[in-house]
Design a protein around this ligand. Structure first.
Ligand code: UT7
Length: 375
């Protein structure tokens, strides 16, 4: 679609999700880690009843391939010319996971890179991809948020083990006008590295390399100072959301869909209350996905019940907060793409690169399709 440069932006044209099949309830998490807590505490203090755990051997890249594939099915005929993968649980410390994901999706030699902004990662990647579209650097970026926090969370830590789950979700962008459903209209990004110790995996990086004495016991596990993070999250997501609303000129009561990072229902409610967004306009999946880090916001965008409740073109406000510290907000028109979902590939070495639907709509994929998209 031809669009005047001043009107041009990126438009979401496909949405996909990939959740591991294994669903774990609170009592199972509690029993596994011998946690001193109970189902009622977790539900009332976080809003989480269950989450998906990746099977052993299923990586972030596997989930990203599933989500990317589902987004391409959702988008129909658009071929990605760049891939951005937001994750803080990459398949390896080196290299980035995105090139392998692009390869497994059959996307040839398109540019592909990881972006690490922890739970704000998807919105950071969405903003980056939008800027690249507007600059003409690419036209159809595939933006994936994927994480497997169960690979870094300490199952004995009652402050994190009940909160995190695994998952991936993706959107495909294309250039389009600002009136189009799915158009990204305003953005805000921020970071404050003075809080980099509040959400961290202390060991295993260049500060404390593997092979040298670790900085403390179990330093390869993820740690979060929950209460302090909670306060930062409410403050930053509220401020950032207000910035974006200011840039669009939208009164808060005209927002049709408010989607915040699915960290804690009480945080989400606190932000929405401060903004003045009614409960009926707040959407999430935290009850059954927990906190999936970079996948959290796009998983809500891929949720069919959310799509049933929000009309294409309605005003949507996305906001996230995560380690770094980082935060981000995006205002967009709600997309008209029909979300698709896909099970994780069973085996990274032998799994076909495309689904039936994808091979029909994307002739560049070359392997024999045998799997079908999950509904
Ligand atoms: O994804 C990146 C962003 N992440 C977030 O935004 C997460 C932010 N933090 C949180 O969601 C919450 O802080 C937690 C869910 C981690 C903790 O909930 P909280 O309501 O903030 O609890 P708290 O830290 O204020 O602790 C209250 C009490 C403490 O006991 P004392 O000191 O009052 O005796 C905790 O030790 O609750 C205790 N506690 C628990 N008790 C039972 C903490 N976790 C648990 C638990 N079960 N799982």
């Amino acid at each position: 679609m031809s669009t005047a440069a001043s009107d041009a932006t990126a438009v979401i044209t496909g949405i996909g999700a990939c959740l591991p099949e294994h669903v774990v309830d609170n009592d199972t998490v509690i029993a596994r880690g011998a946690l001193r807590t109970d189902d009622a505490w977790i539900r009332t203090r976080t809003g989480i009843a269950r989450r998906h755990h990746a099977e052993q051997g299923t990586s972030t890249g596997d989930l990203a391939v599933g989500a990317g594939r589902a987004a391409l099915v959702s988008a129909g005929d658009h071929r990605p010319d760049m891939l951005l993968l937001a994750t803080s649980t990459p398949d390896h410390p080196c290299p980035a996971t995105a090139p392998a994901v692009a390869h497994r999706l059959g996307l040839g030699t398109i540019p592909a890179f990881d972006l690490a902004a922890v739970c704000s990662g998807f919105l950071y990647a969405l903003v980056t991809a939008t800027a690249l579209v507007r600059a003409g650097t690419c036209s159809t970026p595939l933006v994936i948020g994927a994480d497997t926090y169960t690979t870094i969370v300490d199952p004995r830590d009652r402050e994190t083990a009940p909160i995190f789950g695994d998952g991936a979700a993706a959107v495909l962008l294309r250039p389009g006008g600002r009136d189009a459903p799915g158009a990204v209209l305003a953005t805000d990004l921020g970071a404050d590295g003075s809080g980099d110790d509040l959400i961290t995996v202390p060991g295993g990086g260049s500060r404390h390399p593997r092979g040298l004495p670790p900085p403390g016991p179990d330093s390869h596990y993820f740690r979060m100072q929950g209460r302090t993070v909670y306060a930062h999250a409410v403050r930053r997501m509220t401020q950032s959301s207000r910035t974006v609303l200011g840039r669009t000129g939208w009164p808060p009561d005209t927002v049709g869909a408010f989607i915040g990072h699915q960290a804690n229902q009480r945080i989400l409610d606190a932000v929405a209350e401060r903004l003045g967004i009614a409960p009926a306009r707040r959407f999430g999946t935290i009850h059954h996905t927990g906190n999936t880090a970079a996948a959290s916001i796009p998983l809500v965008m891929a949720d069919r019940t959310v799509h049933a409740a929000v009309r294409p073109g309605e005003r949507a406000l996305l906001t996230a907060f995560g380690g770094g510290l980082t935060w981000a907000s995006v205002a967009l028109n709600w997309p008209d793409a029909v979300p698709r979902s896909q099970a994780p590939p069973a085996d990274p070495d032998t799994t076909p690169l495309c689904t039936d639907d994808l091979s029909r709509s994307h002739p560049w994929t070359t392997t024999t399709p045998t799997s079908t998209p999950a509904s």
